[in-house]
Design a protein around this ligand. Sequence first.
Ligand SMILES: Cc1cc2nc3c(=O)[nH]c(=O)nc-3n(C[C@H](O)[C@H](O)[C@H](O)COP(=O)(O)O)c2cc1C
Length: 258
Amino acid sequence: MKVLAFNSSPNMEKGNTSLILKPFLDGMKKAGAQVDLHYTKQMKINSCQGDYVCIMKTGGECILQDDMQTIYPQLREADIIVFASPLYFDGMTSGMKTLIERLWVPSGSPFLEIRNGRIRHPVAQGKGYKETAKVVLVSNCGFWEMDNFKPLVEHIKAICENTDLEFAGALLRPHGPTLGMMVKAGAPVQDVLEAAEAAGYQLVTEGQIAEGTLNVISRPLISLSDYVQTHNQRIKQYVEIVSKQSPSQQTIAVNSSA
Ligand SMILES: Cc1cc2nc3c(=O)[nH]c(=O)nc-3n(C[C@H](O)[C@H](O)[C@H](O)COP(=O)(O)O)c2cc1C
């Protein structure tokens, strides 16, 4: 089984998105899957030109010569496609959106059909991607509440309907920065990381992820009021430290806030 995964966090493997993505992919590897992980930050991906050359003239070939050319052959073989993105302004990052626009269009057709009662472009099966491939979303966000993810989950589900692919679930981590801090502090959050690994194992071995497993990944780590309080305390401390530094000493706070 082949897994094609993308992480669009600019913080890459050091980010909060990776905290859940890594054990998830490890779980899939443990179950025997071959995993290819790409960081969009390290890839050169031009924006879709919107000229439909790929579906009108070149038989599904995108003419833009950039790192997407190494992705298309992997996409054709992928059984599971993982989109991992931190939540940016209630949606995916621009890096992920640019990638997704380039990912699907060459697999399509300029014609229209009625599928499940609504207009779609027919998908050229077997050409761009496997019709049996499953899509998984991995995301984390700075705010506390789960419903911050609603627009992103709906968007990914809509993309799956558009491309006629199965949406196999979402690993969502609200108040994401807290998880990394609690791991560093040795707080009891191992269950969350273990659930992420179990989710990967389940997806490969059983073809689906149990709802209970997803719920553990998303469980509250701290109360809403404590989260606001500790966040504001950390920002205050940070501002005090930075205000005493010369401009050349000032460093950027990574992953500290929403
Ligand atoms: C430009 C930008 C926009 C963001 N928008 C949101 C948002 O709309 N809602 C939210 O809860 N968090 C938002 N965040 C916070 C990130 O989702 C959060 O810090 C996340 O943990 C970052 O993941 P990473 O460490 O993998 O990059 C935003 C962060 C940035 C930099």
